[in-house]
Design a protein around this ligand. Sequence first.
Ligand code: HEM
Ligand code: FES
Length: 761
Amino acid sequence: MRAPNGCPVSDAAAAFDPFSDGYQQDPPEYVRWAREQEPVFYSPQLGYWVVTRFDDIKAIFRDNLTFSPSIALEKITPTGPEANAVLERYGFALNRTLVNEDEPAHMPRRRLLMEPFTPEHLRPHEPLVRQLAREYVDRFIDDGRADLVDQMLWEVPLTVALHFLGVPEEDMDTLRKYSIAHTVNTWGRPRPEEQVEVAHAVGNFWQFAGKVLDKMRQDPDAPGWMQYGIRKQREHPEIVTDSYLHSMMMAGIVAAHETTANATANAMKLLLQHPSAWRDICEDPALIPNAVEECLRHNGSVAAWRRLATRDVTIGGIDIPAGAKLLIVTSSANHDERHFADADLFDIRRDNASDHLTFGYGSHQCMGKNLARMEMQVFLEEFTRRLPHMRLAEQTFTYVPNTSFRGPEHLIVEWDPAQNPERRDASLRTAARAAVRIGEPSNHAITRPVVVQRIETVAQDIVRLRLVAPDGRPLPRWAPGSHIDVECGDTGLSRQYSLCGDPDDTGTLEIGVLRDPRSRGGSAWMHGQVKVGDRLHIRGPRNHFRLDEEARRLIFIAGGIGITPIMAMARRARALNIDYQLFYCGRSRGAMAFVDELAALHGDRLTLCVSSEGTRLDLPALLQKPVEGARVHACGPLRMLDALEAACAHWPEDSLRMEHFESMLGTLDPTREHAFEVELKDSGLTLPVRADQTLLAALRAANIDVQSDCEEGLCGSCEVRVISGDIDHRDMVLTRAEREAGQRMMSCCSRARGTKMVLEL
Ligand code: HEM
Ligand code: FES
C-alpha cells in the first residue's frame, strides 16, 4: 500500500485507527511508536496524514496560511445520503465560525471579539463559577459516592458557558440535550443507523440555536459574548456576519462546554490516580494553577486537531501534497520527550507544563483558555478543600469514540462522609483558600514542603541547614550553582540560598545561612525561629548560575557566604577532573564557613584570603593575563563582584560568570521609559506596550501565555524570541554574544530600543 506521495505505508500506519479503544484510552501512548519512529505518517483508514511531534505540530499551528483550519469542524466520518437529507430538512448550515475560518476573514473577527476573554474581563465570572461548584458539591457531599461527570462536571461548565455566551436560563436544558449529538456528528464515527438519529438532534440544535440568537438580538445590551458580537455586528457587519453568529451560537457551546467538562474529569481522574500529587494540592492549593496546566498537558480534553495543507509542503522531512488533510495529535506533542523532560511523568510542579498544545497555538489558539483554566482551578480548589479524602472507585472508563474530544463518560468517586472536614468546621464550606490565577503561568507559586533535619553552626553567625522531604520521597535533581527560595513562615518574606551540598544525594538539600545584621527579617527569622523538625516551604531548586563544564580551566572566587554555590561547583570540577583553583576570601577565619572541609577536599587548589591575617586577594594580579579556555565563576559581596568585573574587562567575552541574587531589573521607572509596539507574528496581533508596563504584562493582558518566575531578569523563564527590532537588554541571563545576536529577550525587564519590534509569539 502506498500513501498519496508515493511512499509505502508501514504496517503500524496501516493499523492506525483513532476510533479504537487503544486511542480512546490513551492517545499519546497509542501513537508512541509514531512519535519515536515515524513521526509523520499517512493513515489509509482515516485518509489523513497524522503528525505526532511537538515541533512539527507547533510549526503547523504557526502557519495558518499553509495549514488551513477550514476542516476543523468538518465531519471526520462523512455521513450517508439519508442523514444528509435529514440535516438539509432542518436548514442545517453550520459554517465558518473562528476556529475553522481562513484568513483574511479570521483575524479581524478574532481581534474584534477578543476583549471579553482577557483576564480583566474574565474576573467577574469567577463568583458564578464558585457558587455553582459549591452548590453542586452540596448536593452529594453527604452521600459518600458520586459520579462527578453526571452530577457536576457535565452541567456546571455548560451553565458557565451559557452564561458567558449570554443564553437565557430557560433555554439551557434544551441546549444541553443537543450538544453531545453535535460532538458525535463532527468527530465521531456513528453507525449508519445512528447517523439519522444524530442528524435529527443536530438539526434541532441548529434551529434552536437560531431561535436563541433571535431572542438575544432583541436585547443586545444584555451581558454575554454573543450579545457583544451582535453589538460589534452593527459597526462591522462584513466582519461579524449573520452566518458567523448563527454558527457560533451552536459551535460556541460545544467549544466552551465539553472541552472544559472533559478537561476537569480527566484532571480529577489523573490526580486521584496519583495520590501524592492529590495530597500535595490538598495541602497547598497554591499548586493548583500549575497542576491544572500539567493535567491539560498530560491528559488534556482535546487529543488531536485538524488542518488542511493548501500547498505541497514538507513536514518533519515528509513530503505532503497540497490538499492533504492532517490530524495533528496534540496529545502526542504533549508527551514528546524532545520538549518535555520525562514527558510521561505526571509532575504538578513541572516548569514548562503550560507549553502544552491542548489549546492549540498561534492565531487560532483557544480564545476561551483562561475561562477554562479558571473553572478548572475553582473545581479543584473546591474538591481539595471539601473532599480531600475522595478516592477513585473501581470502574472501567469509557469514552465517546471520536478523534478529538476526550474525557471519561463517568467518573465515580467515593469517600467517607463521616470524615468530611466541614463536619468539624462548618466554615470550610465557603472558605476558598487560594486565589484563581487567570492567564498567569508563573512558577513563582510552586512550593514544596521540606523538613529541617539538622542545624549546625559552621562559623560565626553562619548555620548549615539540612533539609529532607517530609515523606522521604526524593527531592528534585539540581546542579551546582542552583539555589532555593525559602519562605520564612508567615512573615511574607522569602530568601534565596544557594545549595552547598552534594547533588548526588537526592534525599537532602543543604544551605548555609548567614545572619545578616542589615537583614530585613529573613536571615534573622532563619536564625531565630527555625528548629530541627520544622516544616519549611521552598521553591526551586533553580539555576541562574551554571557551571561551565566544558571549560578547560576554572577559577572560582568566593567572598564570605558566597562560598555556598562555589563549594558545590568546586566539588563538581574536581569530580570532572577539570583543572581548577578556588580562592576563598573573608574577614577572619572565625567568620568563614566550611574552611576545614574545603581544605580536606581541595588541598593545594584552595587559597584562603583572610583580611585579618593580611592575605588579601589581588584580583588585578590574578587576572592580569587572560587564560585560554578558562572561566571565572564568582559569588560574593557586590563590591567584590564589581572589582572582579573590572579586573576581567580585557578577558574574552563571557569568561566571567557571577551569581546575582537580587536585582532591580523588573522595576520600571515610567518617567525614563518610552512606549513601543510589539507585533506578534504567530498570533497575528500588534500590541502597544505602555511606558509604565513591562512587555510581559502587556502580553498577559492580551491573553498571550508567557511563563515567568523571578520577574527581575535573573532566571530566563520569560524568554521570547525576537524576529526583528532593536532590543534594550536589561537581564542578567543572556551573555554578551547572545545579546548581540538580537534573537532572544527577557520579557519581564527588557524593552525595545526603538518604537517597534516583531516577536515569534
Ligand atoms: C479554539 C481547546 C475551552 C472558545 C480552540 C482550539 C482548541 C481548543 C484546540 C483550536 C486551536 C487552534 O486551532 O490553534 C479548548 C480546550 C478547552 C477549551 C482544551 C478547555 C479545557 C474553551 C472555552 C471557550 C472556548 C471555555 C469559550 C468560552 C474557543 C474559541 C476558539 C477555540 C472561540 C476559536 C479561536 C480561533 O480560531 O480564533 N479551543 N478550548 N474554548 N476555543 Fe477552546
Ligand atoms: Fe525571570 Fe524574566 S521571569 S528573567
